[in-house]
Design a binder for this molecule. Sequence first.
Ligand SMILES: Cc1ncc(COP(=O)(O)O)c(C=O)c1O
Length: 390
Amino acid sequence: MSDLISQLAASARTIPESGIVKLFNYGRNRDGLIALWAGEGETPTSEPIRAAASAALAEGQTFYTYQRGIPPLREAIAGYMSRLYDRPMQPEEFFSTIGGMGAIQICVQMLVGHGNEVVVPGPSWPNFAGAILSRGGVPRFVPMQFGKTGWTLDLDRLFDACTERTRALFINSPSNPTGWVASEEELRAILTFARDRGLWIIADEIYGRFYYDGDLAPSFQTLREPGDRILFVQTFSKMWAMTGWRMGWLQAPPELGQTIENLIQYNTSGVASFLQPAGTFALTEGDADARGQIARARTGRDIVCSAIEPFGNVSFAWPAGAFYLMFGIDGVTSSLDTAMRLVDEANIGLAPGSAFGPGGEGYFRICYQRSPAALREAMGRLTAWLEKND
Ligand SMILES: Cc1ncc(COP(=O)(O)O)c(C=O)c1O
């Protein structure tokens, strides 16, 4: 077997296993385990959205489809995004992809050649680095700092990390896993730097509405001007509880349209045709669902943060956005080993911080986009374990 592996391209051979999946494989069949390691809730997509897909399937919408997405879907995305950010956007800017992950892959395929670097503030969602590595590119991590006010990004360090090989900055705000949210001033400074240096920005703003200081996190959307090199990653997964549908979208300057269409053609040839009407429905009729998801995240955040707040041996700050709590436990040197112990000894599944790259070791990520009952039970188990292991 190792012989066959050695025959593969280096970019495929050397790509690391996701640390989250490692833990998932360790704990997946445990009786009664409360798994909070994945970025999703336990409630299925709402019935009307599911019914829209069933109707399209029953009608026979089973043929090859538009690479960029069916026109009504692209119009619905443009309408939704225009309303959200209060500025006109056109369907020509939007491209339907296989999840947010599909949008990330297309961004990376457009920008990263062998040996090119992409600067990534970390801890970060491991799939950014995975996508870059899969193209033979190099993720250049810039460690964020954890302090009294939570996670912060030193912009000088971010800018210093850019070399002549750098093609892009990967900015995920609100951030998975840290909950960090870039201020408008920080986004403006990053955009000015990128303009000066001719760099691209991959803006992953999928958690933009999961923001606890208002309705919408600061965004490159309100700062950008024509000609800016910004690609936006978006998804249906979180806002409408559609993680398993694998539907998202990429927003890019329309002049990239033919290139993006070509890449979609040669990667996936588009999103399943009978799913696209359901996406259209979610965007046009699904705002109550979206607001329900946001409300659930707010409640979840209160439950998990209040539960661990009294403990002296943990460090955390209330997340400003997204739906994850990243917290450290004093004295932990291997978050993977400790996460395995938490599976065995407390029957809860947390993602080990080491899965999120440099800066993540010693921390754990809890996804709190879950029912209050499940979270209360999980936090009861975690705090009992913390007491025992103080
Ligand atoms: C920051 C971030 N970007 C992109 C994605 C990908 O979303 P999708 O599941 O739609 O591929 C995720 C999923 O967890 C994420 O956390």
